[in-house]
Write a protein that binds this ligand. Structure first.
Ligand SMILES: [Zn+2]
Length: 298
């Protein structure tokens, strides 16, 4: 791999993690911080003049147990103009380039764990082929999704239907790559998935266990930025905020006690933090420079 490549790499003593850039976008700060008063969140995560905040669709490449996998897949390249406007996409996904810099190709990926099926997480598993048809990006990778989430994606009455992969997800299912789970499952010895709900009904988290008790806890959009490590700081986009708070209380206190890293799904400046037992950010990991390109509002 080239010496200049910056992946914000994390070595858990066995599993190795690399942060790839799944694209940059912008969202209303009030929507991201829900019930939190603006003066409080603005201090922690500074907005632009129009109250928007810059976000990165972080994609975590995982090398563990003799396999390669991804946690989430970024925005991808197949969004409609309407979807791109909705997300205020400012920077294209460069997951392909990131994989090439690590030295692997699309067909070497064994699995993709999607925390949920909103486009900024699930968009990157699909592409449009030359004929304009939606096709899978990773031809060998099993896509791990909660059954509840797959059901939500098909539900046209869901308020988030416009941000779901929708009929594109049907194509992925037709390809036979989707592996639905209910509740808990292990992808391999070090990697565990579990249902959290909250942000969406079938939202899931990922725990990657390393050597000597080290671990990375990935709670998807329950922990969007450094501000969201507070269990009460939940997004206004959460369908079931009380479930988000409950799941965060449970998992974040464990992470603090065990000294696990906690991943941020969209923080432009940081990828993960370690928390003190009273819930404060004790140490944090800077995002790779490329993923910080949308940072100009700060
Ligand atoms: Zn998201």
């Amino acid at each position: 791999m080239p010496a200049h490549a910056d992946f914000g790499e994390l070595d858990l003593g066995g599993p190795r993690l690399y942060w790839l850039d799944g694209g940059g976008f912008r969202s209303d700060g009030g929507a991201q911080f829900g019930p939190v008063p603006r003066p409080r969140w603005a201090e922690v995560y500074p907005p632009a003049d129009d109250n928007s905040v810059p976000l990165t669709a972080h994609v975590v490449l995982v090398q563990a147990d003799g396999q390669w996998g991804l946690i989430d897949s970024g925005i991808g390249h197949h969004l409609s103009e309407r979807q791109r406007r909705f997300y205020r996409v400012e920077r294209e996904s460069s997951v392909e380039r990131g994989l090439a810099e690590v030295g692997i190709t699309h067909d070497q990926l064994d699995w993709v764990a999607l925390t949920h099926l909103h486009l900024d997480h699930a968009g990157g598993v699909l592409r449009r082929d030359d004929g304009g048809e939606v096709a899978p990006v990773f031809p060998r990778a099993r896509v791990w999704v909660q059954t509840l989430e797959a059901r939500e994606a098909r539900d046209e009455t869901n308020r988030a239907h416009a941000v779901y992969t929708g009929d594109a997800f049907d194509r992925l299912e037709a390809s036979g790559l989707v592996h639905e789970i209910e509740g808990e499952a292990a992808i391999s010895a070090s990697i565990r998935l579990f249902l959290t709900g909250g942000h969406s009904r079938g939202h899931q988290g990922v725990l990657i266990a390393g050597a000597d008790g080290s671990a990375l806890l990935h709670l998807g959009d329950l922990v969007i930025t450094r501000g969201h490590v507070n269990p009460g700081w939940v997004s206004a986009n959460d369908d079931f905020p009380l479930d988000s708070i409950r799941a965060k209380r449970h998992w974040l206190s464990q992470a603090a006690q065990q000294g696990w890293w906690v991943a941020f799904s969209h923080d432009v400046a940081y990828t993960a933090a370690r928390l003190s037992v009273d819930g404060r950010v004790e140490a944090r990991r800077a995002a790779p420079a490329r993923a910080q390109a949308a940072r100009r509002a700060e």
